[in-house]
Ligand binder design. Sequence first.
Ligand code: NAD
Ligand code: UDP
Length: 324
Amino acid sequence: MPQIQRILVTGGAGFLGSYLCEQLVDQGHDVICVENFFTSQKSNLVGLLGRPNFELIRHDVTQPIWLEVDEIYNLACPAAPGHYQYNPIKTIKTSVMGAINVLGMAKRCDAKVLQASTSEVYGDPEVHPQPESYRGSVNPIGPRACYDEGKRAAETLFMDYHRMNGVNIRIVRIFNTYGPRMHPFDGRVVSNFIRQALLGEEITIFGDGSQTRSFCYRDDLVDGIIRTMNSEDDFTGPVNLGNPDEFTIGELAQLVVELTCSKSQVVYRDLPADDPTRRRPDISLAKKQLGWQPRIPLREGLQRTIDWFRSINMADFRPPTPNF
Ligand code: NAD
Ligand code: UDP
């Protein structure tokens, strides 16, 4: 049993955050979830509300907050392109001001702080697969920039607080992750394809479906995040976390149709601007430093995710709230 810590999880009601909170609460830690419910809902926390070592605070991370904690997982940020492009100015504020606020708290409390960064810092990569040493190819003025550049600036802030103030930091670069509690209307490819297949709607492939992604199951990913937080004190990262098995979007569509036994037809739509052509993590560092690698293959993870989609009422999930 690890020593009980007071742990803050920002964005703790989201797809990854809610599962992370569950793992930490189950380990006996005192967990505080800070959330503004932009892309999530309280139903993600039903297993946690009422637990004596879990606390929910409705709060926006662009504003300072005064808490006493030992560890911080900074996950607050819309992650799906449709969500982060909904209000791009708010997205970059969330990344940058959210980072400044958690780093200030970590400095004051002498807490360890982990940043949920992203493979998007590599942009549309010219190096394949992507190692942490690759500096990326990001369009700073395109429609994805509010997210990509916000996350890049947050990494800069983390490194500078570490170098200037000795803050104990961790940076994880998360590659495409999927699983139960994905928002069914977030527009991400896995949630779109499963929802469309289950409802008998057309399955929308953007472009010709030859672009690739590497999909990591939620439970593997959250295990990697917790291992990174608990790694040796001189290990700051950044470290890639993701599944190195690479698939084309066309292959993903076929697999979803097969697993759902759907009669849906595949249709082709325009590829969005700046859509990365290929993406696959080099996870050598995570293997060496954390003893971590994903265990759940895509077929199995998709089946679990489909089972969850079948169990929910999709009408209970709303699109992002206006005026954020
Ligand atoms: P998500 O949208 O489900 O979770 C983000 C959570 O942050 C939501 O609950 C949202 O309401 C909350 N939030 C957003 N803005 C906020 C604000 N200003 N103040 C307080 N709360 C706010 O997305 P997710 O997939 O769970 O992603 C979690 C983190 O992991 C994000 O930082 C994301 O960038 C990162 N990440 C995820 C993936 C992935 O494939 N899921 C990939 C790379 C990086
Ligand atoms: N995509 C698609 N159909 C959809 C949604 C997404 O073909 O209905 C494509 C999208 O263009 C991209 C890939 O799937 O090439 C992954 O998209 P997602 O939004 O899930 O994540 P990201 O682009 O951020 O990796």
